[in-house]
Design a protein around this ligand. Structure first.
Ligand SMILES: CC(C)(COP(=O)(O)OP(=O)(O)OC[C@H]1O[C@@H](n2cnc3c(N)ncnc32)[C@H](O)[C@@H]1OP(=O)(O)O)[C@@H](O)C(=O)NCCC(=O)NCCS
Length: 336
């Protein structure tokens, strides 16, 4: 028997420390107007040294809320799927830490490395385990600690003003009604553009001694690189394609969308997508203004807030869509 899966509980956690655009302008040559005009971002959250937050621990805080709202307990979770590009350790991944920190049985823990599309890839993975009947409740987490690894000098300004820290989580649970829950997911990749948005080192391709040797006088540049305009141009095309793919698969039209939750990459990208689908403001949710781009955490944080605000209700058609480093892009069509 094939089952469906539905989101039974959602949670989010962001660090308390708010960093405004004006705060950033004290560290580098930037300003509130530039950041707001190009990205829509007003502020973001950064982990503060000593506040105890890590990628895994923020994920746990979001997960605790999601599990409680799902009306189940930690013991009911059959599997963890954890999406992040900023794990606490190079290895092992954050999933096993969640298993330990939450005192779970020796359930499987899988880490997903798909950057901004990570949450949808993770959700689609969890959905497959539930559809086949192998598991009943899967905990899906997206969490990022970006601030620890960004260049907050003027050299890094085109990247570091965009990203923020935080976590979101969803409990995906078995659903017997095939018209309810995750109707379909659509996943893509194009590795040709892998280095257009990437952190090249340290890695097995570029170990730390090699980086230091190449830059003896400078700060060691293991910071992310982003070809912003190239990413922007690809993002708007792929967002539209993958949303259309999901709608077509389910014989749906743009009018049927009750809520589109785009990955919060840049408000301008979301607005472009909204205009190209002629969606009204109440059909699209954005909160990048408050949190910046939190990569794998952005969709579950936005979905949690939309749900908390009563904007995602039983019976609604919810569309998730993402694009990011890889390049990877994805959508998920959900009947709430
Ligand atoms: C990053 C992004 C906001 C930059 O905007 P842009 O219009 O492409 O800006 P550019 O990179 O061309 O830079 C324009 C100028 O602003 C400057 N600039 C860059 N960052 C700046 C900052 N934080 N503050 C002030 N000036 C800045 C540049 O140095 C450049 O100056 P110059 O014209 O004197 O050379 C934009 O490309 C973008 O949003 N791309 C998509 C990024 C994204 O979504 N990434 C995540 C994908 S999941």
């Amino acid at each position: 028997m094939m089952y469906n899966s539905r989101i039974a509980g959602l949670g989010k956690y962001v660090p308390e420390n708010i960093v405004t655009n004006d705060d950033l302008s004290k560290m580098m040559d930037t300003n509130d107007q530039w950041i707001q005009e190009r990205t829509g971002i007003k502020q973001r959250r950064h982990i503060k040294k000593g506040d105890g937050n890590t990628t895994a621990k923020m994920g746990v805080k979001a997960a605790e809320i999601a599990i409680e709202r799902a009306g189940i307990t930690v013991k009911d979770i059959d599997m963890i799927v954890f999406a992040t590009l900023s794990p606490d350790y190079y290895f092992p991944g954050c999933g096993v830490q969640v298993q330990h920190l939450m005192g779970m049985d020796t359930i499987p823990a899988l880490d997903v490395r798909n950057q901004c599309s990570g949450f949808i890839y993770a959700l689609a993975t969890a959905d497959q385990f539930i559809k086949t009947g192998m598991y009943k409740n899967v905990l899906v987490i997206g969490s990022e600690n970006h601030s620890g690894g960004l260049d907050f000098t003027t050299r890094g300004r085109s990247v570091s003003v965009i990203f923020g820290d935080g976590a979101g989580a969803a409990v995906l649970t078995r659903e017997e009604d095939s018209n309810k829950g995750v109707l379909s997911s659509h996943l893509h990749s194009e590795g040709e553009h892998a280095l257009e948005l990437a952190l090249e080192g340290p890695s097995t391709n570029k170990w730390v001694p090699e980086i230091i040797e190449e830059n003896p006088q400078e700060n060691i540049p293991y910071y992310p690189y982003m070809n912003g305009q190239f990413v922007f141009k690809n993002a708007v095309v792929r967002f539209a394609e993958v949303i259309n793919e999901g709608l077509a698969k389910n014989d749906l039209k743009t009018d049927d969308i009750d809520m589109l939750i785009p990955h919060q990459a840049n408000l301008r990208i979301s607005q472009f997508v909204q205009r190209s689908f002629k969606l009204s403001d109440h059909q699209v949710y954005n909160n990048i203004q408050k949190y910046g781009n939190t990569t794998a955490a952005s969709i579950p944080i936005a979905l949690t807030e939309a749900w908390e605000e009563g904007k995602v209700k039983e019976g609604d058609l919810v569309v998730l869509a993402a694009f990011g480093s890889g390049f990877t892009w994805a959508s998920s069509i959900i009947r709430w």
